[in-house]
Write a protein that binds this ligand. Sequence first.
Ligand code: NAD
Length: 286
Amino acid sequence: KGKRAFIAGVADDNGYGWAIAKSLAAAGAEILVGTWVPALNIFESSLRRGKFDGSRILPDGSMMEITKVYPLDAVFDNPDEVPEDIKTNKRYAGSSKWTVQEVADSVKEDYGSIDILVHSLANGPEVTKPLLETSRNGYLAAISASSYSYVSLLKHFLPILNPGGSSISLTYIASERIIPGYGGGMSSAKAALESDTRVLAFEAGRKRKIRVNTISAGPLRSRAAKAIGFIDMMIDYSLANAPLQKELSAEEVGNAAAFLASPLASAITGTVLYVDNGLNAMGVGV
Ligand code: NAD
């Protein structure tokens, strides 16, 4: 029987979420996605108008089908938490049931269960500010959108994740090494995400035999990365210094995610898997 995946954090065809969806679809999985509410309209209309058709093509020539797109804002766990200004914001008012709890409930109602949960989202409003200049609110917002969002997603989807299932998030090496420019508490948020990967692997493993891993990905020119401002420099740095001197493709990260989600990885949980052309292993630039 085919597996079903829910991928949170897909709003265009440039990011890691899209590439992971494609690799999972190529391996035979049914694809559900969660799209940030403010980005929902443009994503759905672009999908409908065929704007992504070229990038929907799978290796066997067929097209990736996205069975359903759910509106999602992963910084809110349930409707009680949504402040008035967001509720009445015109970009949110057109959608409903987009808190984490409600999305998990909707997926349960629509499909009963899933096998694979992917978290491919992050947000740090002050990412361009050095940590020393980051406000408390900016720091907490980064942690809320980029770290707790994963705890919350896994918590709410765990009851409908089939035993033997797999959960994956995306992290960045700025959690453990100094990457000037990855500011606003985003480095802290990724450190939390990696630590939580271990604790959640224990808890979800014991509770429901679910594996929990994170992929530490190299630089990709996604929409989110372009907003940080230093992505071209990071890509050039990697090309110059990594053991494998080639540009990293999103597909390579997608394929690693498909591996982690498959029975081939049945004993792998609680790990940080580097998919970065080996850059993490270097001690100095060359
Ligand atoms: P992306 O722009 O494709 O993905 C980020 C997504 O997060 C967007 O679709 C955005 O709409 C969504 N999002 C933001 N806030 C949200 C919220 N509150 N609720 C729901 N969705 C929300 O960019 P990407 O670079 O592919 O990012 C995916 C993941 O990969 C992130 O965790 C990122 O930190 C990680 N990553 C990226 C790189 C890189 O160089 N691009 C490197 C390592 C790790």
